[in-house]
Design a protein around this ligand. Sequence first.
Ligand SMILES: [Zn+2]
Ligand SMILES: [Zn+2]
Length: 347
Amino acid sequence: MLAYTYLAKGEFGLIEKPKPELLDEKDALVRVTLASICTSDLHIKHGAVPRAVPGITVGHEMVGVVEAVGKAVSKVKPGDRVAVNVETFCGECFFCRHGYVNNCTDENGGWALGCRIDGGQAEYVRVPYADQGLTVIPDGVSFEQALFVGDILATGFWAVRISEIKEEDTVLILGAGPTGICTLLCAMLKNPRKIIVCETDPDRLAFVKKHYPDVVTAAPEQLEKAIEEICPNGGADVVLEMAGGKDSFQMAWQYARPNATVTIVALYEENQVLPLPEMYGKNLTFKTGGVDGCDCEEILRLIAEGRIDTMPLITHVYPLEKIEEAYALFEGRKDKVIKVAVRCADE
Ligand SMILES: [Zn+2]
Ligand SMILES: [Zn+2]
């Protein structure tokens, strides 16, 4: 089968590999109908993910059809249409039992697919702990609609959940990349008083303006004025930092009102400064980290009910054979791309 592979630092290639097999009784084999490219794939390509193992098939955001399951798998069966979770988790350790599945203590716990073990930019993928790692896509929800459930949508949903947004809140989201937009969609479910999205890229701001007209959009240089006009208490009640830019961490706490919650989900390439003397008395609550992707069933239910719609994010579709072109487009942010769907195997 064809598999897009991390060959060496700076180099991915589409190569022929044997079709994966079940290695454990809790594994499933999934025929990948659609995969997507994530910014984290680019981080691997550029050598910024030291855990990534050269030779692995990349890709950790995909949907497909179950082809085979091990004998200990009970929640999915061959023929089921499924969303694949970015995270591998056992469901039994201390962290899994508390919903902190990102910290699963299994040797492949956390983000393994497409990083430390073969992922899904390929015709087939082996999914360990299939009862946890796969969620059946409800009838009436298409593969396209479910494509982001296991990764960027799970991230947005989790970020909003831990931010404890209330209806009287004004929410500031920094960054309107794909994950920022998914976060926006999930924040909208909480009906806050106002949502402000701040983003440097004018195309992305225009995308938000076009699809979500109730949201206030601002470039960084406009943000101070927007906050002054909208927030009566000197800042946002909840800030979600999804940008990971040079100044965005500082913006996140500066534009928060005293006693606000600041949720940091962005992945930075450098250490950030936490200037505690400057923020003394501001009494902020910081929440940080990587997604606990354990709400996929609820997210799929919300999609089925028409309450979350990520279809506008799929701006481009490519066949697996042309994945190099898809990467060039995504990496170069050409043609107003938000997300690329890659057709890997037949439905
Ligand atoms: Zn990702
Ligand atoms: Zn676990």
